[in-house]
Design a protein around this ligand. Structure first.
Ligand code: NI
Length: 142
């Protein structure tokens, strides 16, 4: 019987954003989002932890080659988001508030597409040291 192990890789990117709902007026945006609604944007040093779970390959001893995983993260996440204004520089959040929740979902979808179907994926995204979100794919709240 194959053993199931989770392997993880950390990554970082710096980006600016602003929380804003274009369908609300300025007063409501300010009330709900506070400082995060600052119209000139603000930055975060995002930390990302990517967790991949699967069977250990008996020939390599790997779940996934961490060199391959780190390259996928670098190419598709870090190069995409690092030193970017999430609203102005990318299509990703034109119609989607770039909250940590929505960024995490977006990152998960990008990475999910690059990984073998036999592997499961969970990510943690830290917006600050104390504030972070986790996402492991669509599921219904029971
Ligand atoms: Ni923020």
């Amino acid at each position: 019987m194959a053993e199931i192990v989770t392997v993880s890789r950390k990554a970082h990117f710096n980006a600016t954003h602003r929380l804003h709902n274009p369908y609300w007026d300025d007063v409501r945006n300010e009330k709900v989002f506070g400082k995060c609604n600052n119209q000139n944007y603000h930055g975060h040093n995002y930390s990302l932890i990517v967790k991949v779970t699967g069977e250990v390959d008996p020939e390599t001893g790997y779940v996934i080659d961490l060199g391959v995983l780190s390259q996928i993260i670098k190419e598709h996440i870090e190069e995409r988001y690092d030193h970017k204004n999430l609203y102005m520089d990318l299509e990703d959040f034109r119609d989607l508030n770039p909250s940590a929740e929505n960024i995490a979902i977006r990152i998960w979808l990008i990475l999910r597409d690059k990984l073998d179907d036999r592997l499961s994926l969970r990510i943690e995204l830290y917006e600050t040291e104390r504030n972070f979100v986790e996402y492991s794919g669509p599921e219904l709240i029971k």
